[in-house]
Design a protein around this ligand. Structure first.
Ligand SMILES: *[C@@H]1O[C@H](CO)[C@@H](O)[C@H](O)[C@H]1NC(C)=O
Ligand SMILES: *[C@@H]1O[C@H](CO)[C@@H](O)[C@H](O)[C@H]1NC(C)=O
Ligand SMILES: *[C@@H]1O[C@H](CO)[C@@H](O)[C@H](O)[C@H]1NC(C)=O
Ligand SMILES: *[C@@H]1O[C@H](CO)[C@@H](O)[C@H](O)[C@H]1NC(C)=O
Ligand SMILES: *[C@@H]1O[C@H](CO)[C@@H](O)[C@H](O)[C@H]1NC(C)=O
Length: 505
């Protein structure tokens, strides 16, 4: 999950009938192969453009053919693309990225380092590449010392970043100056940025044999698992949004699954998948949060009571709005439901997936908006018809190549085997391929509910490679150890950037 502050207003109107899922006939194997090949070609298109115009910078500007360094200039798109290139079995790209990783100096940057973003993209990308190339994809790279560099560099990066946890409580600063060993002077840290470190940092410890990294992340997490004061947990398992760095106490009791909070909940169940022996408490907290979410946050638009979205809650007041980012929620319920054998969680996950599909299926592009609402007190006149038909109206119509909806479709496909969900992935991928593709890569849209997607954002986030391409490809590619499995059979767990990490053995 990722943060972004897009504030765009939108007035376009969609008149598309809401659609309900019908069972699909099973896709023929060669059709599945054709789709997988199309997704691979799209990945190559983006890679080739990045290589030509932006490498070794962080990301391509896909309209102007320029580049940006929004992630400290260490080649974020290359590192984020690694695990997808491995899964697509493209040895040329994999070798190019390994050669690049060996050259990165993680101790040097001109800009502020985000502990969270650096962890999920760079650390997660390198550790996943290591796990895949030492494991089920070991035939892809003949020189194993090139693979060893991934772990050496992961340790180097962990050593650069670990001072972030050097606070009175052990709750880290997120925004770091790695040159001075300083920070931005924040007094609180966010729930997601604090609670989305344990998988990568624990994996780093388990692979290096040095417990320091895992211990630091788990100490920070301990304040989230046992929230104080008690008022910061208004419903069992659902906690506030900001934590005091000096004391580890929560600073508020605002509850949501939206950006800023999201991947805290995601990692509770993923840590259990990673190692059920060590992370049973994390699972208990996820179960509590999931049950409270079904009971207190599930919300049904008045115009479409058949749809389920998640509201947020603060001190007795519900906010009836949600985000593209929040749409990882269906996948989280599906993963927890299958791992814990809980039909109620699976069914609720499918209801959330259906709601997020509605946000895609109801726009003129077939892509869902950045933010939307079903609060009837402030429906813009121009969107009354959209609200009546689709059960939501758009509060920001941007699409910046986010993966969460396709991600949850992927979990729905893996957990149920129902072809409907693969068709939804194919529709979403096809819409992105149609509307976002430029001469050198993929650009965001300013308005998913304008006939042509509105304008284009001149930016291609690295998560296009890591997430959108990977989840789409996985749905149409072969059975493999890195695929999400039903029941307790997972050999890998995908971090929040979709990097598969081998589960603890
Ligand atoms: C690997 O990627 C390169 C660069 O995008 C592409 O030209 C090539 O066809 C791909 N190879 C395979 C085997 O897919
Ligand atoms: C980090 O600290 C160094 C040394 O104090 C300073 O020169 C530099 O401008 C700071 N970097 C950022 C991004 O603030
Ligand atoms: C919660 O709401 C009540 C009244 O609605 C108010 O008195 C109280 O101060 C609020 N608490 C917080 C922490 O905002
Ligand atoms: C899952 O739960 C159902 C009943 O709730 C039970 O019949 C079934 O055996 C369980 N499966 C596993 C694998 O535990
Ligand atoms: C909505 O879904 C239906 C059925 O799955 C499909 O035929 C239609 O093309 C979709 N519309 C959009 C805009 O994606």
């Amino acid at each position: 999950m990722h943060f972004s502050s897009l504030s765009l207003s939108l007035t376009a109107l969609a008149i598309v009938s809401p659609c309900i899922a019908h069972p699909q006939p099973v896709l023929r194997q060669d059709d599945s192969q054709t789709r997988a090949d199309t997704i691979k070609s799209a990945f190559s298109h983006a890679w080739d453009g990045y290589l030509q115009y932006a490498f070794p910078h962080d990301e391509l500007h896909p309209v102007s053919n320029g580049y940006g360094d929004s992630r400290n200039g260490w080649g974020a798109s290359a590192v984020d693309a690694l695990s997808t290139a491995v899964i697509m079995r493209n040895a040329t790209i994999v070798n190019k990225i390994l050669d690049h990783v060996a050259t990165i100096d993680y101790s040097k940057t001109d800009s502020t380092v985000s502990l969270f973003e650096t962890t999920i993209r760079y650390l997660g990308g390198m550790l996943s590449g290591y796990d895949l190339l030492k494991g089920p994809a070991s035939d892809l790279v003949s020189d194993s010392s090139k693979v060893d560099v991934l772990l050496t560099q992961s340790k180097n990066l962990g050593d650069v970043l670990k001072f972030a946890f050097n606070t009175p409580s052990g709750v880290p600063y997120n925004n770091l100056n790695i040159t001075s060993g300083g920070n931005d002077g924040a007094t609180t840290n966010g729930l997601a940025v604090t609670g989305t470190l344990a998988l990568e940092w624990t994996r780093l410890s388990d692979l290096t044999g040095d417990p320091t990294y895992g211990d630091l992340s788990q100490k920070a997490e301990s304040y989230l698992l046992n929230p104080q004061p008690k008022s910061a947990e208004p419903f069992p398992g659902l906690v506030g949004s900001n934590i005091n760095i000096a004391t580890g106490q929560f600073a508020d009791a605002q509850v949501s699954w939206n950006g800023g909070d999201d991947s805290y909940y995601e990692y509770l169940i993923k840590m259990y998948v990673y190692d059920p022996k060590r992370f049973g408490l994390y699972k208990d907290r996820w179960v509590a949060a999931a049950q409270s979410t079904m009971q207190h946050l599930a919300s049904h638009p008045s115009s479409r009571p058949d749809l389920t979205f998640l509201a947020s809650y603060n001190n007795g007041t519900y906010d009836l709005s949600s985000q593209h980012l929040t749409c990882f929620d269906g996948g989280s319920f599906l993963l927890g439901g299958t791992v814990l054998n809980r039909t109620d969680f699976i069914n609720f996950g499918l209801a959330l997936v259906n709601g997020c599909h509605d946000t895609y299926n109801s726009t003129l592009t077939g892509i869902g908006p950045e933010t939307f609402s079903w609060d009837t007190s402030s429906i813009p006149a121009s969107q009354q018809t959209l609200y009546e038909q689709a059960g939501f109206y758009i509060t920001s119509g941007a699409y910046i190549l986010r993966p969460e909806v396709i991600e949850s479709f992927y979990y729905a496909w893996r957990v149920t085997g129902d072809e409907t969900y693969r068709e939804w992935i194919w529709s979403a991928f096809s819409a992105i391929n149609d509307y976002c593709r430029t001469g050198s890569g993929f650009a965001g849209l300013t308005d998913v509910n304008a006939a042509n997607g509105g304008g284009r954002y001149d930016n291609q986030e690295s998560f296009l490679f890591a997430e959108v391409m990977k989840y789409s490809y996985l749905a149409f590619s072969e059975e493999a150890e890195w695929q999400v499995q039903t029941g307790g059979g997972n050999k890998f767990v995908l971090n929040t950037e979709a990097h598969p990490v081998r589960v603890s053995t």
